[in-house]
Design a protein around this ligand. Structure first.
Ligand SMILES: [Zn+2]
Length: 325
């Protein structure tokens, strides 16, 4: 029965009475068209439905493999900030929620940072994992983004960030909201160093993530059909008492209205990033400066640069540092 188990969609399988033997992991239901997709087809198509083109959500590590040349990269070690700083409890303790999310996903938090090459250009990519508590941004994510930005600066490499998030992590209260500022300053460090900062918006990018680092890219790319917005459609409709147009928070609508620069199919994402980085990141070009400017730069170089902060588990992540992060 193995061939049947692997190849026949579940509806047909129930007709031949083989349903009980079949693993749930072999077939996926497309959220776009509700058709069943065989797992090998899904992997082959980078988790894009072959029937309707719906881009399914994928895990952070899959993304990194998909985008770096030959799938090769090094994962950066991220700090471990204080767990459950507010001893928060809603229906469940926050510490229990974190523990569940860790055992379910095998990750310590919602951000992964990889260093590798895209089209031969050394690049840092930071990806949010929606599977971990809705990709919500708490202190760990804020710290991870700072680590990613500073590594990009020290490697003179562009930074690519791929959000997929419901917004700030409510269980960390004000500390999660502070990550909006911290991540924004981290991005500014990359920009001040003259390095490209590129954002690839994926489904969904909402809340405090949209309101901070996710909309600050030099180039804003989005995957087709992604939901991108701050507040949800229902909340906005109730507030302004107007009916909003269909798909107004979708990538295509945002492109039409000038909020983003391009909508790119997942299959073309790696090539598009390689092209953009190739255009924006010219490390070998000598700066066009006058002798006076050069003297000023030499003087500036003599001033000790700010210390690079390595995440320290013993220090609370929210402690003020030399740059106010
Ligand atoms: Zn589909």
């Amino acid at each position: 029965m193995n061939w049947l188990k692997n190849l026949v969609p579940p509806k047909l399988r129930s007709l031949v009475g083989a349903q009980k033997e079949i693993s749930d992991n072999l077939w996926y239901k497309c959220p776009g068209c509700t058709q069943m997709i065989y797992h090998r087809d899904l992997d082959k198509n980078l988790h894009v439905c072959q029937h309707c083109g719906h881009h399914l959500r994928i895990r952070a590590e899959q993304r990194l493999k998909m985008l770096f040349d030959n799938g090769k990269f090094a994962l950066l070690e991220l700090g471990k900030p204080l767990a459950d700083p507010l001893k928060f409890r809603d229906l469940k303790k926050y510490s229990d929620r974190i523990r569940d999310a860790r055992s379910k996903t095998g990750e310590t938090d919602a951000l992964k940072v990889g260093l590798g090459e895209i089209g031969g250009h050394k690049t840092v990519i930071a990806v949010l994992d929606f599977a971990f508590m809705g990709g919500s941004m708490g202190m760990a994510v804020g710290d991870g983004l700072i680590t990613a930005a500073r590594r990009a600066v020290s490697e003179t490499a562009p930074l690519v960030v791929i959000p997929s998030s419901g917004g700030a992590r409510m269980q960390e209260g004000i500390l999660s909201l502070m990550q909006m500022t911290r991540s924004t300053i981290a991005v500014e460090e990359v920009k001040e160093a003259g390095l490209p900062y590129i954002v690839v918006l994926t489904d969904p990018t909402t809340g405090g993530v949209t309101a901070s680092f996710a909309m600050l890219g030099d180039i804003q790319i989005a995957e087709p059909g992604s939901q991108i917005g701050f507040a949800g459609k229902r909340v906005i409709e109730q507030t302004i008492r107007e009916t909003l147009p269909d798909g107004f928070q979708q990538a295509e609508y945002l492109l039409e209205h000038g909020m983003i620069d391009m909508v790119v199919h997942r299959q073309d994402l790696a090539a598009t990033l390689a092209r953009i980085i190739g255009l924006l990141h010219t490390t070998n070009v000598a700066p066009d400066t006058s002798p006076d400017d050069r003297q000023k730069e030499d003087a500036a170089d003599a001033i000790p640069s700010t210390e690079v902060i390595v995440p320290d588990p013993s220090r609370p992540a929210t402690k003020a540092t030399d740059k106010g992060l």
